[in-house]
Design a protein around this ligand. Structure first.
Ligand code: ADP
Ligand code: MG
Length: 258
């Protein structure tokens, strides 16, 4: 790997919402280092602070304590994809995908070329002039992914991007994202509540505790890259999934009892 410096580094990051005595300790302390090109998945019980962590990484929220640094070599931004897509209904598909490039003041001609390129890769070339309302949920999600990737982010931050999709489409998009990130080697922090998704995609899977979310375990799926979705049917996959589920089940129980 060319760049030895971590892309993302968190030191003792915590986040609290509100003031005492009503303060909610949502997250941390979290220590986390992500190397260039690494695909890191985070799983954890609902409400444990996963989105809070991602919003801190995206610079949308400050930690209450500690520090999170993103180290980029260029002006290229970190790109974030939310669970609810965040695409604009009043812009065409093409304009949505071009959006980040327009903000970066990429010349219109080049921006259109890059947007078209990503739409083609996402199988959406025929829908460039359509409005998002005309698209299915899966297609809208692909628009959101195309928009995030078109800026060629140094770090991709994804918060349960496939959560709202049906199982079949989810599998298809997982495989697409797998192929894509193995080509681009984009550093990615990916939040999911699907263990299967985390194992298919991740170089490592971090398990978070119940709120306040801390990292309680780390596993590296034992599948060399480039890998394909076929690993889902291997005994190693099943074994890791059940191991992660055991770790997580303890935390879901803790949360329910709290
Ligand atoms: P997750 O994404 O893991 O489901 P979140 O990060 O969304 O969890 O939330 C973690 C905790 O912080 C929850 O208890 C949630 O209610 C609380 N929380 C999140 N954002 C805010 C906010 N802006 N104000 C107050 N509480 C919040
Ligand atoms: Mg969340």
């Amino acid at each position: 790997m060319g760049d030895p410096h971590p892309k993302l580094q968190a030191h003792a990051v915590t986040r609290t919402f509100g003031r005492a005595p009503q303060a909610v300790h949502a997250l941390g302390p979290i220590d986390l280092t992500i190397a260039p090109g690494e695909f890191t998945c985070v799983v954890g019980p609902s409400g444990c602070g996963k989105s809070t962590l991602l919003r801190i990484a995206a610079g949308l929220l400050r930690p209450s304590r500690g520090e999170l640094t993103i180290r980029t070599a260029s002006q290229r931004p970190a790109a974030m994809i939310f669970q609810d897509y965040g695409i604009y209904d009043w812009k065409t598909v093409q304009a949505n995908v071009r959006f980040g490039l327009d903000i970066q003041k990429v010349p219109r001609r080049e921006a259109n070329t890059r947007a078209t390129d990503w739409l083609t890769r996402m199988g959406l070339a025929d829908f460039a002039d359509a409005y998002p309302a005309a698209l299915s949920g899966g297609m809208r999600q692909r628009v959101a992914i195309a928009r995030a990737l078109a800026v060629e982010p140094e770090i991709l931050l994804m918060d349960e991007p496939f959560a709202a999709l049906d199982a079949q489409l989810r599998t298809i998009l997982q495989d697409e994202l797998l192929a894509l990130t193995q080509t681009t080697r984009t550093t990615t922090l990916f939040i999911t509540h699907s263990l299967e998704e985390a194992i298919v995609l991740g170089d490592r899977v971090l398990v978070m505790s119940a709120r306040p979310g801390r990292i309680i375990a780390e596993r590296r799926p034992p599948f060399p890259r480039p890998r394909s979705g076929e690993i889902r049917t291997t005994p190693e996959f099943t074994a890791l999934k059940s191991e992660l589920w055991d770790l997580l089940r303890g935390e879901v129980g803790t949360e329910a009892a709290a």
